[in-house]
Design a protein around this ligand. Structure first.
Ligand SMILES: Cc1cc2nc3c(=O)[nH]c(=O)nc-3n(C[C@H](O)[C@H](O)[C@H](O)COP(=O)(O)O)c2cc1C
Length: 186
């Protein structure tokens, strides 16, 4: 099996990490792979925010926890009470991907960038986890100061993040793929 297909089939979401920082060179390669994702009309309507200061991630996670605590959904309230609650899953860093609000396909384009980065990270021996739940905190008026702190450019909205680091999780079996999701028209 070639290395690309192997990476696609073997990549897993990682939710436990060593605190060892990720080397700058690897971060730069991962970002480059994100920037080379396909985008509608090649608009590249993304902005990448690299957060290696865990204290910043902690503040966002805590803001998220507060939102979860007030949720109508009992499951979310229970999650927020977990003393190990961490939106970024214990990773030492994360890359946020924000999309241009004016670009119709920005969510797809940014998602492509995240997946490219996740695969690149895997191929470099790193673990990663795609994260969207951080948006709960940032989308509320109370989260405006966090957006400012992240220096998200005007007109862009954070869509996804990729937690990154050296994983130390013992993974269980993969969930089976759903059946009947392919139709051939021949
Ligand atoms: C758009 C999107 C949002 C996600 N948000 C989160 C998240 O907030 N927290 C988390 O732990 N995992 C999140 N995930 C990871 C999924 O749970 C994971 O990809 C899925 O369970 C399949 O597992 P795998 O990535 O190991 O194949 C997200 C994935 C996607 C594509």
């Amino acid at each position: 099996m070639n290395e690309t297909i192997k990476s696609i089939l073997e990549r897993r979401s990682i939710r436990s990490y060593d605190l060892r920082p990720v080397e700058k060179e690897k971060i730069e390669t991962i970002l480059k792979c994100g920037q080379f994702a396909p985008s509608a009309m090649n608009r590249q309507p993304w902005h990448f925010t690299v957060i290696t200061d865990r204290k910043v991630l902690d503040r966002i996670s805590e803001a998220n926890r507060q939102v979860f605590l007030q949720s109508d959904d009992e499951k979310m309230r229970e999650r927020a009470k977990d003393p190990d609650f961490d939106t970024f899953r214990g990773a030492p860093m994360a890359i946020f991907v924000s999309g241009d609000r004016e670009a119709k396909y920005a969510p797809a384009d940014c998602a492509n960038a995240v997946e490219n980065m996740a695969l690149a990270a895997y191929s470099l021996g790193l673990g990663s986890c795609y994260i969207a739940s951080f948006r709960h905190a940032l989308e509320r008026p109370e989260g405006a100061h966090l957006l400012k702190e992240l220096k998200i450019p005007e007109g862009y909205q954070p869509l996804y993040a990729l937690s990154l680091g050296y994983g130390n999780e013992t993974l269980g079996e993969r969930a089976p793929r759903r059946e009947n999701t392919v139709t051939y028209i021949e």
